[in-house]
Design a protein around this ligand. Structure first.
Ligand SMILES: *[C@@H]1O[C@H](CO)[C@@H](O)[C@H](O)[C@H]1NC(C)=O
Ligand SMILES: *[C@@H]1O[C@H](CO)[C@@H](O)[C@H](O)[C@H]1NC(C)=O
Ligand SMILES: *[C@@H]1O[C@H](CO)[C@@H](O)[C@H](O)[C@H]1NC(C)=O
Ligand SMILES: *[C@@H]1O[C@H](CO)[C@@H](O)[C@H](O)[C@H]1NC(C)=O
Length: 342
């Protein structure tokens, strides 16, 4: 019987449990065995398979290092969020970045927005918490895949929100249309949200996801499908770069935001709690704020943010980001918010 490396180790684990451990030489440590079992479980949970044993062994090593990083962070950081395993746990930071972020475009945002004074207005006039999902204005979490299309997801989620609020209908709308047809933006190489809103206005609206489904690769614009948009907008608005302006905007509708990505490892492995910073990596990302609240556990205010990295990431695909900590917002989140007008 020929068993591959991992299968042998799984058998070893079984033998260990049977008390046969001492009879084996060069046995893996208990720690190693436990990581192997965890990797196997993780693979089956995320439907992952590898082309060959070399690849599997390489991925196992990365998985193990990431799990150690996650566990150490959770033990010692004392931060208001926790890391955990998700479908990115067998990728290095560099691979994670290369998968989702376009290197060319991932320079810091130009500092166009002038520094504004931080207005910490009383929250008395707005609800203490809000979750647009409860109003049925948020579609399911998507998976952008190996395509730097977060800009399109951030914009589409905002348009889906205002469309539901104005028309009463929640319709999943097409990111692929923006990727293929909006030539002012870079498709799977990144894009600019305000340009995208402008495109949606100028081109007559967005198709339903079902009519122009997501492919995650750039293709030529399918003009035949463009005849019957499911949602239209009349313009867009950039939010004044203050916390109170952003809060006011979010009470009206889901709002798209651009953030600086923090230490990539922290973002990659974010699992739960309130992400509170470390945003100097020079990479950036777009998401959509769909609510806000205050954490009883940590006593901190947060934004509720929709991401496009699937439901295994974060809190079922969502992230909580600290609110009210400084003028720019966590990861400069206050400074680049925009929303569609319908
Ligand atoms: C194993 O798979 C990896 C990744 O697909 C590939 O780069 C490598 O050449 C393969 N190795 C062998 C021995 O087939
Ligand atoms: C959204 O997700 C829920 C729960 O996973 C599922 O039941 C539902 O069918 C999904 N809706 C759409 C439109 O895909
Ligand atoms: C997006 O485009 C707008 C309008 O052209 C511009 O003002 C803004 O700086 C751009 N944003 C980024 C991040 O490049
Ligand atoms: C904003 O106001 C709240 C409530 O008064 C206060 O708890 C918080 O510390 C203030 N934040 C800043 C950064 O001043």
């Amino acid at each position: 019987m020929v068993l591959n490396f991992h299968s042998r180790l799984v058998v070893l684990a079984a033998l260990f449990l049977l008390g046969a451990w001492e009879s084996l030489s060069a046995a893996p440590t208990l720690e190693e065995t436990s990581f192997i079992l965890r990797h196997e479980r993780w693979m089956s949970l995320h439907g992952r398979s590898y082309k060959n044993e070399t690849e599997k062994s390489k991925r196992f090593t990365i998985f193990k290092e990431n799990v150690k990083f996650i566990e150490k962070f959770n033990k010692v950081s004392g931060r208001s969020f926790k890391l955990g395993t998700n479908k990115f746990t067998d990728l290095t930071k560099e691979e994670f970045r290369a998968t989702l972020l376009n290197e060319e475009k991932s320079t810091p945002y130009p500092k166009t927005s002038k520094p504004t004074s931080f207005v910490n207005e009383s929250l008395a006039e707005v609800p203490e918490s809000l979750d647009w999902r409860e109003q049925g204005a948020v579609t399911n979490i998507s998976v952008q895949g190996k395509c730097d299309s977060a800009w399109a997801f951030a914009v589409v989620a905002a348009v889906e929100g205002i469309t539901k609020i104005k028309t009463g209908q929640l319709i999943s709308l097409s990111e692929q249309q923006l990727i293929d047809c909006d030539f002012n933006n870079g498709g799977c190489s990144g894009g600019n949200r305000t340009e995208a809103f402008q495109f949606i206005k100028d081109s007559g609206g967005l198709m339903a996801e079902s009519d122009y489904p997501y492919e995650g690769v750039e293709a030529s614009c399918n003009t035949q499908t463009l005849s019957n948009p499911a949602a239209t907008i009349t313009g867009y608005q950039e939010v004044e770069a203050t916390e109170s302006a952003l809060l006011a905007a979010v009470t009206n509708q889901p709002v798209s935001v651009g953030i600086d990505l923090g230490q990539l490892g922290l973002f990659q492995h974010y699992a739960t709690g309130i992400f509170d910073g470390d945003c100097g990596s020079g990479y950036r990302h777009d998401m959509t704020i769909i609510g806000y609240g205050t954490s009883d556990e940590y006593g901190i205010d947060y934004w509720l943010v929709k991401n496009s990295w699937g439901i295994s990431w974060g809190e079922s695909g969502y992230m909580k980001m600290a609110r009210g900590i400084n003028a720019q917002g966590v990861c400069n989140l206050n400074t680049r918010a925009s929303y569609p007008i319908a």
